[in-house]
Design a protein around this ligand. Structure first.
Ligand code: FAD
Length: 395
């Protein structure tokens, strides 16, 4: 692949990955032209959700995007730091606690808005299909218009139409797990939750595969509740009252019940079904010279490892480098690297999802194993404390 002053990159999808790619190309090359097409009518039409956890991989990329300098600074007020993950049982007893390696929580809407800075997104452009041409590629939109470019990047998310055309056999599995989320104003009368959550992400493992996550963000606690589906399409019929009932039945703690009761339905993210790509061992990307994918379009995964956006940012970084400097690597090298990273994240996310929704004996066994790991880690920490203290003193 070669690029010159006539190179036009067509980016389909103005989500987190597509915008990061556009920023990285635009800030480093004035010769490569970037055109972004987004199906939403405008920037404000869709609620972007509350916050997103950015790990080291994602942060390494975001800190390279100049328009994000202010957002990522301590003064912006858009970010906070998570210091640990805790896994609890249904009685809110700690099974395991791990350091979170300083995951940054960023206000999603602020991140998207900052990523839009100086970019001229073409809104209300729903991609329909592409056509390969001798000298490029042509994208067609639902309004009947089409555009010509040198290369087309599908950044159109988990249900990507670009992927559907590029890899017709690609499967996304319905995991038959329902997930919903919401927020609660932080308050001092929720003593147990305040004490546990403080600056931690807390995962509570309830009965019959019900699992709840709570994390602090600004003045809010963000929660999500997920469970294995019992009846077909439960996501369509779960009311706020039923959510409260679920928490009462599957978690043995009255404060948790009051917590969910206090969550206003207007803050709820409607229940949705979880899907994932299969854990592929072989690279499915056909190495088309003019069409490739990035982020959820390439490797849709569950949310339960917090890897989706972080992986999309890493893809954007590698792909931008290739488009700006084509002699550095090839499209097939990008796809191989993106495949390895993306499907490792798919696998990790899927194992987390399966692990937290176990039922019956497997769930009891899981809790015992987590507890043993927790005690062993605490013991190792106690035993090694004098050595760590000695090393610190002499460093
Ligand atoms: C509740 C929840 C919590 C999450 N938490 C985290 C987290 O903490 N950390 C993390 O790393 N990830 C998290 N994720 C995952 C993360 O949001 C996604 O992995 C990430 O947004 C993927 O970026 P993307 O650009 O590939 O796709 P998206 O952000 O989904 O963007 C795709 C864009 O393409 C547009 N589009 C779709 N079809 C078309 C079309 N035909 N034509 C034109 N435009 C189109 C869409 O409107 C959208 O704007 C979470 C996801 C959810 C649902």
């Amino acid at each position: 692949m070669s690029t010159d002053s006539n190179t036009v990159v067509l980016i389909i999808g103005g989500g987190l990955g597509g915008l990061a790619l556009a920023q990285l190309i635009s800030q480093s090359s004035s010769s490569v032209k970037v055109l972004i097409f987004e199906r939403d009518e405008n920037e404000y039409v869709r609620d972007q959700g509350y916050c997103i956890g950015i790990d080291r991989t994602g942060l390494e990329v975001l800190t390279k995007i100049r328009v994000l300098d202010h957002l990522l600074s301590d003064e912006s007020g858009s970010c906070s730091i998570l210091s640990s993950f805790q896994i609890l049982n249904q009685y809110l007893q700690k099974l395991l606690a791990l350091k979170a390696d300083d995951i940054k929580l960023i206000y999603r809407e602020h991140l998207r808005r900052a990523l839009l800075t100086n970019l001229d997104v073409q809104w209300n452009k729903r991609f329909v299909s592409y056509k390969m041409l001798d000298n490029g590629v042509e994208a067609t939109f639902h309004d009947g218009t089409s555009v010509h470019g040198t290369i087309l990047i599908g950044c159109d998310g988990a249900r990507s139409l670009v992927r559907a055309q590029l890899i017709p056999g690609f499967e996304r599995t319905d995991l038959r797990i329902i997930n919903c989320a919401g927020t609660v104003e932080q308050s001092d009368d929720m003593k147990k939750i305040r004490q546990l959550v403080h600056d931690s992400l807390v995962r509570i493992l309830g009965r019959q595969g019900h699992s709840m996550l709570i994390l602090p963000f600004r003045q809010l606690w963000i929660w999500s509740l997920s469970w294995p589906e019992k009846e077909d399409h439960e996501e369509r019929n779960t009311s706020p009252t039923q959510l409260v009932e679920k928490v009462r039945r599957h978690f043995d703690n009255e404060e948790l019940v009051r917590f969910i009761e206090r969550s206003t339905p207007s803050s709820h993210l409607a229940p949705f079904r979880m899907h994932s790509a299969l854990c592929l061992k072989q690279n499915p990307f056909p190495n088309n010279p003019r069409v490739t994918l990035l982020g959820d379009a390439a490797h849709p995964m569950t949310t339960q490892a917090g890897k989706g956006a972080n992986t999309a940012f890493a893809d954007a970084f590698d792909l931008a480098n290739l488009l700006i400097n084509p002699s550095s690597s090839s499209l097939s090298e990008y796809e191989q690297k993106m495949f390895k990273r993306g499907f490792a994240a798919v696998k990790m996310s899927l194992s987390n999802t399966k692990m937290i929704h176990l039922t019956g004996w497997s769930a009891l066994l899981r809790n015992s194993i987590l507890s043993i790991i927790g005690y062993t880690m605490a013991l190792i920490s106690i035993i090694t404390t004098p050595f760590r203290w000695y090393r610190k003193k002499h460093d």
